[in-house]
Design a protein around this ligand. Structure first.
Ligand SMILES: *Cc1c(COP(=O)(O)O)cnc(C)c1O
Length: 497
């Protein structure tokens, strides 16, 4: 059925230029309107303090009834389009052979250029299946930078990752346009040192999540491809944040400034042997997938999908979500859809940077990343400055961010924290969810917190799960700093929320 939702927008005619204001002010303008809204609750300071304690100083443990602006993640919380919601009504409920799946398959083929698709329930499920298929004890997976769930699945199967980023990647203040690039010389050296046999695949992550949503260039991906091809090692692309990477390629890589987003997406996917993604990010729905043009590979992994996810035409995803995924994937080729979040992020990053608040630059995809060690130089890294800052921001504003630092890291074999390369507080900017005045509120409260940063202290674990501890772990403050911060808030803001 060739239905109305399948039409891909023609993004070739759209440009990355923002709408210019006569005033000269640089204002990101929303190119959509709001038609369904959800009421938010900004709870009083006392409740925010209590909720912080109840949540064990872990923002993952807060309930949304206590959260004003939820900037925890972009995962599964991007606003859906009218066409996505409409498509869910025509879902074809069938265990096997659903037409919803056929529509998803054709969207994947059109947008990513891959014929074979294995649906999985979310991104980490793709990582589970891929790691089980490829990773053995002693395996080494070179990557531009790991993602939490990727690392966990590779370790679970006895392997480890080798981070092969460039010298720019971890510089928090930078003007490098492509901090997500892989260092080609280091990749060659790693292959020489460890040997092709121990490297099951090379992994490139689009808009590299943990270093601040930073993109790689297509020139870099071509160079990675040349190396993997020479050694006959599969190149795997984590495409969860591919829309943003494509947007930055168009903005920052000269060769592609006149290309459409659809062309850029294809250029990236054509260089990868296997593409996997979390639809929670890429298409504002649920689900995920693994796709390839390699029939032999597809056949070799099918059974794992059936074992862990579900039959090959639903993979643990509801058919409604499959429809929304298909439409969402096509909408990823529309520059006005994928640009809103990066433009809001850029606005916030630049405003904070101008006011001397340490943020990761240049602005990337996914969210605004605050350098917690720069913000709280008096809090030692082993006292988890990013986690402490996340708690402090929630107390001061009801805004929920996510710790991306040592709390999100792991312990070594001696039980010591592996200190993270950076201590970041991530404020995710899901697509088309927030308004500019809400972004300004976040800016205002961060400026206040920065002025009162000396009041913020460290935190420590009181309950620590062995795996992915940041999700369910409980922490506590190292002093009565939350009460002192709240007292200062009352003094400065009076009865204001
Ligand atoms: C979110 C994410 C994943 C995991 O996806 P889930 O759907 O949350 O399981 C994997 N890789 C990257 C880059 C991500 O951002």
């Amino acid at each position: 059925m060739n239905h109305v939702f399948a039409a891909a927008p023609d993004s070739a005619s759209m440009s990355t230029q923002q709408v210019k204001f006569f005033s000269g002010e640089n204002v990101p303008l929303e190119l959509h309107k709001v038609r369904v809204v959800q009421k938010l609750h900004l709870v009083p300071l006392e409740r925010r303090l209590a909720a912080t304690n109840e949540s064990g100083f872990n923002t993952f443990q807060l309930g949304t009834k206590d959260v004003f602006l939820d900037m925890l993640t972009d995962s599964g919380v991007n606003a859906m389009s009218d066409n996505q919601v409409a498509s869910m009504l025509q879902a074809d409920d069938a265990y096997a052979g659903s037409q919803s799946f056929t529509r998803l398959q054709s969207a994947v083929e059109d947008v990513f250029g891959k014929k074979y698709l294995l649906p999985v329930h979310q991104g980490r499920a793709a990582e589970n299946v891929l790691s089980r298929r490829f990773v053995k004890p002693g395996s080494i997976v070179p990557t531009n930078y790991h993602f939490t769930t990727t690392l966990a699945h590779i370790m679970e199967n006895g392997g480890r990752v080798l981070e092969i980023y460039t010298d720019e990647a971890l510089k928090l203040k930078s003007s490098h346009p492509f901090k997500g690039n892989m260092d080609i010389a280091k990749l060659e050296a790693a292959i020489a040192t460890h040997g092709v046999a121990s490297i099951p695949f090379v992994r490139l992550e689009a808009s590299t999540n943990l270093i601040g949503g930073q993109p790689f260039s297509i020139a870099n991906m071509r160079a990675v491809r040349a190396v993997t091809q020479k050694h006959n090692i599969p190149l795997v692309l984590d495409a969860s944040l591919i829309g943003e990477n494509a947007y930055f390629v168009k903005q920052r890589e000269d060769e592609f400034k006149n290309s459409s987003i659809a062309q850029i997406l294809r250029a990236m996917c054509d260089l990868a042997d296997i593409v996997y993604f979390s639809a929670r990010k890429v298409s504002s729905s649920r689900g995920g997938g693994i796709c390839t043009n390699d029939k032999a590979f597809f056949d070799s992994i099918k059974d794992l999908v059936v074992l862990y996810e579900g039959f090959l035409t639903y993979g643990g995803i509801s058919v409604r979500e499959i429809e929304a995924m298909a439409v969402g994937l096509r909408e990823t080729t529309d520059e006005t859809v994928i640009s809103q979040s990066p433009q809001f992020i850029e606005y916030l990053v630049n405003r904070l940077d101008e006011q001397g608040i340490p943020v990761v630059t240049p602005a990337g995809g996914l969210g605004c990343h605050i350098d917690a060690m720069g913000f709280l130089p008096h809090v030692a890294q082993k006292e988890y400055p990013a986690g402490a800052l996340a708690a402090a921001l929630y107390i001061a504003s009801g805004v929920r961010g996510m710790e991306r630092g040592t709390v999100s890291s792991v312990r070594d074999e001696h039980g010591n924290d592996v200190l993270a390369d950076a201590e970041l507080l991530r404020l995710a900017m899901p697509r088309r969810v927030f308004t500019l005045s809400q972004v300004k509120y976040v800016e205002d409260r961060l400026v206040w917190l920065h002025k009162n940063r000396d009041l913020i202290g460290g935190i420590h674990f009181v309950e620590e799960p062995a795996v992915l501890r940041f999700f369910n772990g409980r922490l506590a403050p190292n002093s009565d700093w939350p009460q002192r911060l709240a007292a200062k808030f009352r003094q400065d803001f009076g009865d204001s929320l």
